[in-house]
Design a protein around this ligand. Structure first.
Ligand code: PMV
Length: 286
């Protein structure tokens, strides 16, 4: 049996504007998604999605193409991309996918399961995939879930650590001093697709207003990179609060997020902002 894990993530600065080519900073979490693969005697692909308590059996590649349930189309895309790109035969194996991250929380559950699956298939079939190839394959799966992803989620879930990302390029931030973060769930799951579309609609209606916000978020993120390296937590908190204000102007905050921000700051945190797409999901504080 082969087991591959990939970490979840949270975005520290720059969500949404990153979709339009501005920089964003993301860090990996110590909470993972797992893909387990083993050979079975039946000439089938057995896919077990543990968190959904669902198992699917496919008896041929044709069935994988035609009988995959629509709600899990991202996994179909994952299997078909390795089948078509590398000519492998995925029959005679069982693939189990699970995640310790809760779904819809903005902590990278979809990206990390995609990375774990692609990394798992790559290892199982000795495809010798490097991280860029694994990330690229996971990105194809993410497109199904999110529509127009920037690529930051699959990049951080593949490479781990803490990184700054812009236009499909990234740089790992080295020697970042230790800080404590608090992640709070709003108790509302969110859809990245809906939030990204909301921003896209606002951009269409008020392009100058939205572009100005994106540029300002870009500047906040650039400053945050320097401040992170210096380990100045108070200043980092100020920048997080500024980023939150700008995200509110983009229309992706809500009452629950605002309430968590308020409680966090009142209780001594330096900064608090939504992380990920917003409209629910999680809030990160420092
Ligand atoms: O899926 P989430 O909640 O982690 O959000 C991803 C971050 C966005 O910037 C909103 C979308 C993207 O593709 O970068």
């Amino acid at each position: 049996m082969l087991k591959v894990i990939a970490p979840g993530k949270c975005i520290l600065f720059g969500e949404h504007s990153v979709v339009y080519g501005y920089p964003a900073i993301a860090m990996a979490l110590g909470i993972n998604s797992t893909c387990k693969i083993k050979r079975i005697s039946h000439n089938q692909l057995r896919l077990h999605l543990k968190d959904y308590d669902r198992t699917f059996n496919f008896s041929s590649i044709r069935e994988i193409r035609s009988k995959f349930p629509q709600e899990f189309k991202n996994f179909q895309v994952g299997f078909l991309s390795v089948i078509d790109r590398y000519g492998i035969d995925v029959l005679g194996m069982e693939v189990q996918i699970s995640s310790d991250l809760f779904m819809g929380g903005g902590l990278g559950s979809s990206a990390s399961t995609a990375v774990a699956l692609m990394g798992g298939l790559g290892s199982f079939f000795d495809l010798d995939l490097d991280k860029a190839q694994i990330s690229d394959l996971a990105y194809n799966m993410e497109k199904i879930v999110h529509g127009n992803p920037s690529g930051i989620d699959n990049t951080i879930c593949t490479n781990g650590n803490i990184l700054i990302y812009q236009n499909k390029q990234f740089q790992t931030l080295e020697n970042i001093p230790h800080s404590n973060f608090l992640i709070t769930y709003t108790n509302m799951d969110h859809s990245t697709k809906v939030a990204v579309e909301k921003v896209a609609n606002l951009k269409q209606q008020r392009p100058e207003y939205v572009n100005k916000i994106f540029r300002t978020i870009g500047k906040v993120t650039d400053k945050a990179e320097k401040v992170l390296k210096r380990g100045n937590i108070a200043k980092l908190g100020d920048l997080m609060n500024k980023n939150q204000e700008l995200l509110t102007k983009l229309g992706v905050s809500n009452r629950q997020i605002k309430k968590i921000n308020k409680i966090s700051l009142k209780n001594g945190l330096y900064g608090s902002k939504l992380t990920g797409a917003g409209l629910g999901g999680c809030v990160i504080g420092i």
